[in-house]
Design a protein around this ligand. Structure first.
Ligand SMILES: Nc1nc2c(ncn2[C@@H]2O[C@H](COP(=O)(O)OP(=O)(O)OP(=O)(O)O)[C@@H](O)[C@H]2O)c(=O)[nH]1
Length: 366
């Protein structure tokens, strides 16, 4: 299967390779061209021999880096994009060539700003600052060693260009730092926004107190399930569940305690229903269960299990309390609309209530 389609990590690797190849080949070619021009204009220290030897080393390094990534070894690095190693290598290449180009040192070192640009959006502030320090200090050391050897032509111009480079680099690093802060804030804001979005989506489909589906969402799901049940091999059982004498529970033990009873019932539905079953809170102490089943007997067994578990619940604040529920249970008929099924389940629930509560009243489809 891998042969015909790129997997996500392969696409990322392709992206890394393309970026690295672009930086090394295009950046490398531009840098070589500038140095070659200094050779043509007679500013290249050591002449043609030195030029070809230096660029054999530089291009050997470029190709070695590319081969390293091409082999996939970059995937084992903490940053497979290799941005920082690439920045360090490019800076060293620039410093090495500065030794050879006379009077065009600043022109060569301006490539460093392209190197910094690579890093600003991809590595931490500290890595950008590190590369800047290496470039400014390295450029200064090269000038100093040339000066000490008496090889620095027009020293005043060379040092003032170095100063200009140092200040511009400092400004770039400050800018990079600001961009990095903005990046960090954006990432945090994005995280907060996705959390908020998740919460809004939850609120739209779930009941806040119990975490069960809301009435509106349950109705949408029921309409969809009814269509599937008509086409499929399974039956769709619908149960209206209403906790008994809930007002009394609230009155005797308080509203907060009532809330806890509702949450406990919701927990039981999560424990006793299958993953294809649906439980929703329609409002107050009224719930809807939708169960894909083979027959009514299976639905009855599930609902009875739930009612037995509810009856067995004990509450610390009211140890003697036994919570029961009344249920109207039916099955969706072949040509019925969700409203018709719900009306029947509601009628059956009413019969369960008037018949003495704590019971299930069942009726098949018409
Ligand atoms: N604790 C709590 N109570 C609620 C909530 N929503 C509705 N109620 C209460 O649920 C009670 C429902 O009372 P009734 O409709 O009279 O029903 P009941 O007392 O359960 O009586 P039967 O259904 O006939 O057994 C009311 O007192 C509502 O205030 C809720 O979110 N939390």
């Amino acid at each position: 299967m891998r042969g015909w389609r790129c997997t996500a990590p392969d696409r990322r690797q392709e992206f890394y390779l393309r970026r690295l190849a672009f930086a090394l080949l295009v950046g490398g070619a531009a840098h070589t061209l500038v140095c070659w021009l200094t050779l043509q204009w007679g500013f290249f220290r050591g002449g043609e021999n030195a030029f070809w030897r230096l660029f054999a080393v530089i291009w050997g390094g470029h190709l070695a880096l590319l081969a390293f990534a091409q082999s996939g070894a970059n995937r084992r690095l903490r940053d497979p994009a290799m941005t920082e190693p690439l920045m360090i290598w490019s800076t060293l290449v620039l410093l090495l060539s500065v030794v050879f180009v006379e009077q065009a040192q600043l022109a060569v070192m301006t490539f460093f700003f392209a190197v910094l640009h690579q890093g600003v959006f991809r590595v931490r502030r500290r890595a950008v600052a590190r590369a800047a320090v290496v470039a400014v200090a390295g450029y200064g050391l090269v000038l100093l060693s040339l000066r000490l050897q008496g090889d620095l032509t027009r020293p005043a111009a060379a040092w003032s260009q170095w100063l200009l480079f140092a200040f511009t680099t400092l400004a770039m690093v400050l800018l990079a730092s600001e961009i990095s802060t903005i990046r960090l804030r954006l990432r945090q804001r994005n995280g907060q926004l996705s959390e908020l979005l998740e919460r809004i989506q939850d609120l739209a489909v779930k009941d806040e107190l119990t975490g069960l589906y809301s009435r509106r969402h349950a109705m949408e799901l029921l309409a969809k399930s009814c269509g599937q049940a008509r086409r499929g091999a399974f039956l769709l059982a619908v149960a209206f569940v209403d906790l008994d004498h809930f007002k009394r529970i609230n009155d005797r033990h308080g509203h907060l305690f009532g809330d806890r009873v509702l949450m406990r019932f919701a927990d039981l539905t999560r424990r006793y229903l299958g993953e294809k079953d649906l439980a929703a809170r329609l409002g107050g102490e009224e719930f809807l269960l939708v169960l894909p089943v083979l027959d009514l007997a299976q639905a009855r067994a599930t609902v009875e299990g739930l009612m037995t578990a509810l009856r067995a619940q004990r509450f610390m604040a009211a140890p003697a309390l036994e919570v029961t529920a009344s249920v109207g249970l039916t099955v969706v008929g072949a040509t019925e609309s969700p409203d018709q099924v719900l009306a029947r389940a509601d009628r059956l629930l009413y019969q369960a209530k008037t018949g003495g509560r704590d019971r299930i009243v069942i009726e098949g489809p018409p």
